[in-house]
Design a protein around this ligand. Structure first.
Ligand SMILES: Cc1cc2nc3c(=O)[nH]c(=O)nc-3n(C[C@H](O)[C@H](O)[C@H](O)COP(=O)(O)OP(=O)(O)OC[C@H]3O[C@@H](n4cnc5c(N)ncnc54)[C@H](O)[C@@H]3O)c2cc1C
Length: 382
């Protein structure tokens, strides 16, 4: 596919977020061109563990999470495609009294906003997640709406849906700069020619700051490596296994085909594209697993991978438009929950572009919050 000479909107980045934005715009009748420099999903999206949840501490993230769950439930009808969405729930295990208190507050807020999450006693946590080790666990929280799905399938589904509504999806094409007259977007320069447009969306994941800077826009996003492993097939895994998270360590697991996927955040991991990862990471995982998923110690490993979280200073997304360059929009910095937020963010960015009122006010997610010192910390991040 060659790049068009003109498009009403150019979306840069073919991950879950960019493809969702392209789909929502194309469905609304907008002439949209999506540019991906490699293959669709080749960035963080293909590295994601696929977790989908509504259990956040920030009301905006709760609303965005709920909208995402609803979209994933109907994905086969709109945009279409099988995404293996398993609503097995998310179970947070809490072993620090201060976290129990904070999660109690989060659950109250989630319930107010229509999310059926609840606090559970340790023995119920054990019944919900039979592989979990509960040593020292004081309480848990559980929401049956949550679960996991296939990130690549979601991006493919949105890209196919966008194409079906007339969008141009170009892979293997790098957007190198935004052409401007200082106050307006005039085009997007690519390695295959310039596309004339007055509207651009930066959805380039951890690479967003570099692209946005060509337009004079600063987006505070840093790449931080995160790693997961999958186990070899396990005989007789128990029935539904919720995505189970040990909140203190960031250790989590869920069913992945015939085995498990296991991840753990290294909270001391320095940011940077080439930052070294801890060679002892798997040893740390094994130490935590001995307490939180003891049967993991008897499972063989199949393979593993790492990818980037796109971290902002307050672990909340950047969604909005540049203050000084008309019609430069951005959606990035999801800090480890961009896959699950992609459906709602696609809808929101469509509405910002078409000057409609989005279903939530995303003004607090603007990048300007860092200049105004109005941070918006999300507590429930792993
Ligand atoms: C180990 C791990 C586990 C995770 N688990 C979860 C999870 O359970 N749930 C969840 O919601 N999230 C999870 N995440 C986070 C999630 O992967 C990201 O938040 C999400 O994929 C971001 O999607 P995106 O579309 O914004 O970015 P990306 O998927 O990174 O897409 C950006 C795309 O832009 C392209 N690009 C960049 N620059 C240019 C350019 N100049 N021109 C053209 N194309 C360009 C890149 O090639 C890339 O494909 C996890 C991440 C990791 C690493």
């Amino acid at each position: 596919m060659t790049v068009p000479r003109h498009a009403e909107v150019v979306v840069v980045g073919g991950g879950a977020v960019g493809t969702s934005i392209a789909f929502h715009l194309a469905e609304a009748g907008v002439d949209v061109c999506l540019l991906e420099r490699d293959a669709l999903s080749s960035g963080s999206t293909s590295r994601a563990a696929g977790g989908v949840r509504t259990q956040f501490s920030d009301p905006l993230n709760i609303a965005i999470g709920l909208r995402g769950v609803e979209a994933f439930m109907r994905f086969s009808e709109r945009p279409g495609g099988e995404i293996d969405f398993r609503q097995v729930g998310y179970l947070f295990l809490l072993d620090r009294p201060e976290d129990v208190q904070l999660f109690e507050q989060s659950v109250a807020l989630q319930n107010e906003l229509g999310v059926p999450s609840r606090l559970v006693e340790p023995d119920e946590a054990g019944r919900l997640s039979p592989l979990a080790g509960l040593d020292g666990v004081l309480a848990g929280t559980f929401c049956a709406l949550d679960g996991h799905a296939s990130p690549e399938a979601v991006a493919q589904g949105y890209a196919s849906g966008a194409r079906a509504h007339g969008a141009t999806v170009v892979t293997g094409c790098t957007a190198s700069a935004v052409a401007t007259d200082d106050v307006h977007v005039r085009g997007v320069v690519t390695d295959q020619g310039t596309i004339q447009t007055d509207t651009v969306v930066c959805a380039a994941g951890v690479w967003s700051p570099a692209f946005a800077r060509t337009a004079g826009v600063e987006l505070p996003v840093e790449p931080v490596f995160r790693e997961v492993v999958t186990t070899a097939p396990v005989e007789a895994l128990p029935g539904p296994i919720p995505l189970t998270v040990d909140f203190t360590t960031g250790f989590y697991f869920h069913r992945e085909g015939p085995g498990l996927l296991i991840g753990m955040s290294d909270r001391d991991q320095p940011p940077g594209f080439d930052a070294p990862t801890d060679p002892a990471w798997l040893e740390h995982v094994t130490e935590v697993a001995a307490r939180r998923a003891p049967s993991f110690l008897d499972m063989g490993l199949a393979h593993g991978w790492k990818g980037y979280y796109e971290i902002t200073p307050d672990h909340n997304a950047l969604v909005g438009k540049a203050p000084d360059l008309a019609r430069f929009f951005y959606a990035t910095g999801f800090s480890g929950h961009g896959f699950m937020q992609a459906p709602a963010v696609g809808e929101i960015v469509r509405d910002l572009i078409l000057d409609r009122e989005p279903f939530v006010d995303v003004a607090p997610l603007s990048a300007e919050r860092f200049e105004r010192d109005t941070l918006r910390p999300e507590h429930n991040v792993i």
